[in-house]
Design a protein around this ligand. Structure first.
Ligand code: EPU
Length: 416
């Protein structure tokens, strides 16, 4: 079993270069096979989720050239399959984007139940509602989701819950549907806009991405295009939170500062300095860390995917902070790991009450999920003594070259 060993307390600072956005590329790669031919995507993060998507496309007959070097080339010319097996589907959440893609490309497909981090129940009712409104029949049996449509026809769909996954999946299904599809109460995250920009570049007609309502005029065909993924808002935010936690001066490069506004606002409120450039932010962590309140919400609210990292930052604050998780039912499991390191956190349902402590100490902890894993790594970096982090495969699903990046910032972290 691989694990990270962190020798805490080393001075942190310097520069870090942010990779492409995980949650964008996970939509872009399935979207690429909607066009017959060769698509190249740049600024692809070097994370294991990308490798799984590449394997899924190979398994259905596509050709994928990907060497973990920031570029993926996908040739969909000979794709002849429309199933995603359990082995692949359960490796990540985004495997379910193939449902939308199969509906749009061949009118039917089967994808096993998707995996992903465990935050309690992760329903897909909004995806199904969207597919059905477009004319598809959805059948779930023995952990397999089967979708089928004779003809997909544009429709009006108002989502009851704001969902990143359902928004992307129904867009993918609707791009080639006959007529106009209007999606209301959609997610507005930067990765939604990125997926729509890519689809439009391939010839789709999508308007309104980034607002509450998206309108899609179905087109008969998409053509291959080359694209570059937006920078990862959450990877950037994680290094911003690390600067605050470690009282470090870190310049985070290749970012879109606008995407980081909610995170910047909370760091400023807690007393850190944040300086913004065109495509960089510099965070200078300061003591004392002021106690603050954070409530996560869909974009442009505070991102749930930054909740564990900011909670870790607040572990060293002056007094009591409140972190409310507003998206997921069960995204505070990592707090039990932080408590092993001396954090003083009380959890009540989806609320964490964090009483600041003077310091954290090393311990044997596990990554409960991707961002919970980053939380304990950050804690280990500032803790006194040695921290061992297990279950690191969660972390490597979403943080590219994490050892090199943290090592360059001065952290003493190694994988054994
Ligand atoms: N929901 C429903 N019905 C649905 C779909 C979602 O009720 O059909 C609910 C969920 O239970 C949740 C809320 O809606 O309470 C939001 O879920 P959403 O569908 O937006 O989440 P997701 O698409 O499954 C993506 C990211 C997550 C991120 C969430 C929220 C990907 C691959 N994953 O998940 O990212 O937390 O959006 O922003 O894009 C991460 O990167 O660490 C991560 C978990």
């Amino acid at each position: 079993m691989e694990k990270y060993i962190i020798n805490g307390g080393k001075p942190i600072g310097g520069e870090v270069l942010i990779g492409g956005a995980k949650n964008a590329v996970l939509g872009l790669i399935p979207a690429a096979i909607l066009a017959k031919g060769v698509v190249t995507i740049d600024n692809v993060p070097n994370i294991s989720d990308v490798e799984v998507l590449a394997d899924i496309i190979r398994a259905i007959g596509g050709k994928v050239d990907y060497n973990c070097d920031g570029k993926i080339t996908i040739d969909s010319t000979n794709i002849n399959g429309n199933t995603v097996s359990e082995e692949f589907a359960k490796a990540l959440r985004a495997s379910y984007y193939f449902l939308g893609v199969f509906l749009a490309s061949s009118g039917e497909g089967i994808v096993a139940m998707p995996g992903g981090c465990d935050f309690g129940v992760r329903p897909i009712n909004e995806h199904i509602k969207g597919f059905e409104a477009l004319g598809a029949v959805v059948d779930i049996k023995d952990s397999l989701i089967a979708v089928k449509a004779e003809n997909l026809t544009g429709s009006y769909i108002k989502f009851d819950t704001v969902s990143v996954g359902a928004t992307i999946n129904v867009i993918l299904a609707a791009v080639k549907a006959k007529g106009l599809t209007v999606l209301d109460n959609v997610a507005k995250e930067p990765h939604i806009v990125d997926v729509c920009n890519f689809l439009n570049l391939m010839g789709a007609d999508i308007k309104g991405a980034g607002t509450d309502t998206i309108k899609i005029n179905g087109v008969s065909e998409l053509k291959p295009a080359n694209y570059s993924v937006i920078p990862d808002q959450i990877e950037a935010g994680s290094y911003m939170a690390l600067a605050g936690l470690a009282s470090a001066d870190i310049t985070i490069k290749n970012v879109i500062p606008k995407h980081l506004e909610a995170i910047t606002a909370k760091l400023l409120e807690a007393g850190s300095d944040v300086i913004e450039g065109d495509d960089w932010v510099r965070v200078i962590g300061k003591r004392p860390i002021n106690p603050i309140k954070i409530t996560t919400a869909p974009h442009p609210g505070f991102p749930t995917d930054m909740q564990p990292q900011m909670a870790t930052f607040l572990c060293l604050s002056e007094s009591t902070s409140i972190v409310s998780e507003g998206v997921w039912d069960n995204r505070l499991r990592y707090t039990n790991e932080l408590k092993k390191m001396g954090a003083n956190i009380e959890v009540d349902g989806t609320i964490a009450v964090i009483h600041g402590v003077e310091k954290l100490h090393g311990a044997e902890v596990k990554a409960t999920d991707l961002r919970g894993g980053m939380a304990v790594i950050m804690a280990g970096i500032v803790a006194e003594g040695v921290t061992t982090v297990t279950n690191i495969e969660y972390v490597e699903r979403g943080y590219e070259n994490i050892l090199t990046k943290l090592g360059n910032l001065g952290a003493d972290i190694k994988k054994v």
